[in-house]
Design a protein around this ligand. Sequence first.
Ligand SMILES: Nc1ncnc2c1ncn2[C@@H]1O[C@H](COP(=O)(O)OP(=O)(O)OP(=O)(O)O)[C@@H](O)[C@H]1O
Ligand code: SF4
Ligand SMILES: [Mg+2]
Length: 393
Amino acid sequence: MRTLATPAVGATSAAARVGPGGASPARVDPARVEPARVDGALLELDKIAVTYRSRGRPPVQAVIGATLSLAPGEIVGLVGESGCGKSTLGRAALGLVALSGGTVRYEGRDVPALGWRARPDWLRSLQLVFQDPYASLNPRRRVGRQIADAIALGTGCRRPDGDSGAEVVAALERVGLTSHVATRFPHEFSGGQCQRIAIARVLASEPRCIVADEPISSLDVSAQAQVANLLAGVAAESGLGLLFVSHDLSVVRKIADRTVVMYLGRVVEEGPTAQLWSAPAHPYTRSLIAAVPEPGVTGLLPAEIAGDVPDPARPPPGCRFHPRCPLAVERCRVDEPPETARPGGAAPSGEPARSGRVRCWRSEEVVELGKVGGASRASSPDGLPDGLAGATQ
Ligand SMILES: Nc1ncnc2c1ncn2[C@@H]1O[C@H](COP(=O)(O)OP(=O)(O)OP(=O)(O)O)[C@@H](O)[C@H]1O
Ligand code: SF4
Ligand SMILES: [Mg+2]
């Protein structure tokens, strides 16, 4: 379930060298900071709110009351259109943006906001893969040195055997890069290569939790599969928790245990990926799924999502999705739906009760009408199955 079909490129020897799934050889160091708590949730975001304020402009509520948790070894996909707040929420998880509400806990401890003080040692095992890889790499240090620094971070203090030594080379090969990369500077590489270097550096520090913000969007298709498989493999083998932010629902479907859907700063649906995909309970989730291109289907373009994302500084009243929702009724234009449990019942695959949350006044109908309409992919121009589109008033 968690493997993408596209064959890996370049890193075949790395897989052999560092073991299946890419886990690097175990290193033991007494100075290493151990987790305060390894049972239960690894990362807990509770009612997170982030508001950006700039002079002369209305405040932008980038994230409003978002709750999300991540267990060891779990992959959670975070999806939504551009500007919905995915990166802001990801950065909030690491204390990189000021919160206007809510709390973030990692391994049972409150994550402090980034300040002038050094980051606490216990937070080092929580790492971020930035959406822009150039922003995370030091342009003045050779790649090998930056990987060696990360290895030293992971081991507590021990430096690896040089900036082009076996451990550094293994870390690079793990993401499909060769040893020649070690002696060069970040500006000598393309965006996709830099992203691989950034991922190699994060993995070299042996994190227990990664927030990966669009880690594969700058990679070509085969490299996307390789890196997604690598991250999923590390999560499965070493118990790494991975918050995987992506526009690409087809990749999220393959690797994520649970999927969180955001729209205009709100989490609008969350649940086990298979159940969310087979029986989405929010019209926006359904539209996102319908917009995924389907290989092998000829003569049928994926359905666009109608309308544009509203200005987050001036969100619509009521349900934030109502101006674009084919199911909107009067109540939706006035009252914002609360977060409720996703509708119950068996999923088409025969799985028992579904779990998760949804924000929609008509979620029961969305699921029911979706069954009438068949598969959750679009068969009508508004991104909803025919049966569901017919319910529009
Ligand atoms: N520093 C900032 N100051 C003001 N507004 C900001 C700032 N950073 C982000 N925003 C706004 O907050 C909203 C959420 O931005 P964010 O980058 O989190 O979205 P995103 O879902 O990651 O988008 P994308 O998919 O394009 O990366 C957007 O409307 C964006 O314009
Ligand atoms: S609450 Fe209403 S407008 Fe919002 S998604 Fe549900 S049906 Fe559509
Ligand atoms: Mg982003």
